[in-house]
Design a protein around this ligand. Structure first.
Ligand code: PNS
Length: 163
């Protein structure tokens, strides 16, 4: 059976940490749909279209990865795509409570969907989109945190003259 999994997130913007999880999901499953979704708790710096375009630039080397946008429930998106599982990265214990809550809610809304967690690569343990945005907006160097393909997009939106 072909197994499609979903990697959902805000991706505002995508980082090396996200890409590591997507690459690993891509090697484990037949098809990966990276879907940009709405986290009602967050204010975004990039539009959904911009986030989708940035992800596409970073995953073009992965043949079995598609990028989408969906403004509804993840459990519905999973149903529509007959997904086998939701795949997410877990960085630290601080992620656990929030991710566990979402996994249980998604299971309740769509009992067919499993949530699988991949342990983050230790190199990216500390990395988050909000950290990248803060560093960029204060003139810091973000080249270790995001791929070259989207470095300019981020600096143009958030960077200062120091970049
Ligand atoms: O990168 P994020 O912000 O941690 O991702 C969270 C996201 C966008 C995956 C989550 O908020 C989500 O699934 N949003 C879609 C709406 C939904 O299904 N909410 C119920 C999940 S409990």
């Amino acid at each position: 059976m072909n197994k499609t999994v979903i990697c959902p997130g805000s991706y505002d913007p995508i980082t090396h940490g996200h890409i590591d999880i997507i690459e690993r999901a891509s090697s484990l499953f037949d098809k990966v749909i990276v879907v940009v979704m709405i986290n009602y708790k967050k204010k975004y710096s990039f539009t959904t279209e911009e986030r989708v375009e940035m992800i596409k630039k970073c995953v073009s080397h992965l043949d079995n990865v598609e990028v989408a946008y969906y403004d509804g429930l993840l459990s519905d998106f999973a149903r529509q795509h007959n997904a086998y599982a939701i795949v997410k990265g877990l960085r630290a214990m601080s992620d656990f409570e929030y991710e566990f809550q979402m996994a249980l809610a998604n299971k309740k809304l769509n009992p067919k969907i499993e949530t699988l967690f991949l342990t983050t690569n230790a190199e990216f343990m500390y990395l988050s989109s909000s950290m990248v945005k803060q560093i960029a907006s204060m003139g810091g160097d973000i080249s270790a945190f995001v791929p070259n393909q989207i470095h300019k997009d981020i600096i143009e939106r958030l960077g200062t003259s120091k970049n």
